[in-house]
Design a protein around this ligand. Sequence first.
Ligand code: NAD
Length: 456
Amino acid sequence: MRVAVIGTGYVGLTTGVSLAYLGHEVACVDVDEDKINRLREGELPFYEPLLGEMLAASWPRLAFTTSLPEAARGAEIVFFAVGTPANADGSPNLRYLTAAALETISALRDKSAPTVLVNKSTVPVGTGDLIGEEIRKAGLSHRVSLASNPEFLRQGRAVRDTLYPERIVAGGDEAAVDALERLYADILTQRFPEPAGAPRPAGLNRVPFVKVDRKSAEMSKYAANAFLAMKISFINEIANVCDRVGADVRHVSEVIGLDPRIGPSFLQAGIGYGGSCFPKDTRALQYIADTNGYDFKLLSAVIEVNNAQRSTIVDKAREALRGLGGKSIAVLGLAFKPHTDDLREAPSLWIIDALLREGAEVRVHDPAAADKARGLLPPGVRLAGSAAEALRGADAALLVTEWPEYLELTPDVLKSEMRNPLVIDGRNALSVLEGTDVIYRGIGIGRTAERAAVSK
Ligand code: NAD
């Protein structure tokens, strides 16, 4: 099918490239000329594993343009995948989506063939109805149909999540939902050759296609993210209690995660969630509930816990070093999670500010986010070219993003590079340090448990 994808960010570009991989003809559109020029040269504008290989494999079926009207007129299906960042009051900023939708509708006025509009951006319940109203006002309801198709991919594994999703959700006009079912047919039946580097999960031969009404589709995206954020804040609260009573949250997570009603994922205690989705989507849902007369107390607590949690790593460093003034601190990892270069709402930026406020000297490293970090880091913070360089002479290392290369740091490297081999593991990811004389502090790993781990 002929597809246009408006927005070439993490979601739009992954969607466009994956659909082209499946055999569709895809025009990827962005207002950012630099992004489009780079894509035309075959260069990715951001870091995302496997996407470069997929781009190369799908190249003949891909076009990149800044002309939305041209792309929309040439497509049977037009996806909106533009950003919906948070406004200061927590409400989602729909400026980009509104602009893209209005420009598309206007471009379709003189097109006679039917067109399906599909919204992938995360939007408040009812946004689809507003777009539907614009279609109606333009007199296009007889040939332009509309659906919501919320996106659940995770950065860092966006290609795999797109090709092997847990479900595809579609809500809206029958014609639009039918078109989506045809478009995604090969994913739904898993009838496509696995790309190198992204093997099909064992046993996957069918993906559920969940047809719901448009509002439920829109709501399900917020509900999913709020639930996952809740799991993270819950285990972080358990971790904070573990710290006070001498229990080890890693063991507690393992035990409760074995209960299928709870499940093991999102139970790793640490410094809390960040990124472009959970913080803004939880605040947006809180705002939506609030403006509809409902006080969503549980969600407010999830957000409050998360905001407080990032200070635990700084508290532990301060306590272990008896103050941070004049101390050299290595921050390992800047991206909000491994395998991405995305710094939106990354806890690292808050942590660096807190360290500087207390008079520490800060050096940082990240294997992928260094370029994006350059303009964002406060003056005086040294961006190191390697983890070893960041560690050199440091009084403490703070593991903020659990990149695999940090998990491979050996006690010998830590001891030889650092002035004081103290590691504070904000992600409870560094099991390799246990049993050595590197001083280890985790989040929610109560002192008794820490001593037990080190003396193993
Ligand atoms: P992004 O910021 O990476 O990309 C958005 C792109 O849209 C940018 O390149 C921007 O230049 C472009 N754009 C803005 N206005 C435009 C217009 N009028 N015409 C053409 N292009 C335009 O955003 P993202 O992370 O890909 O997220 C997109 C949406 O998907 C958001 O609503 C987000 O909440 C949702 N989402 C994101 C993820 C994720 O992991 N990033 C996962 C699921 C859902």
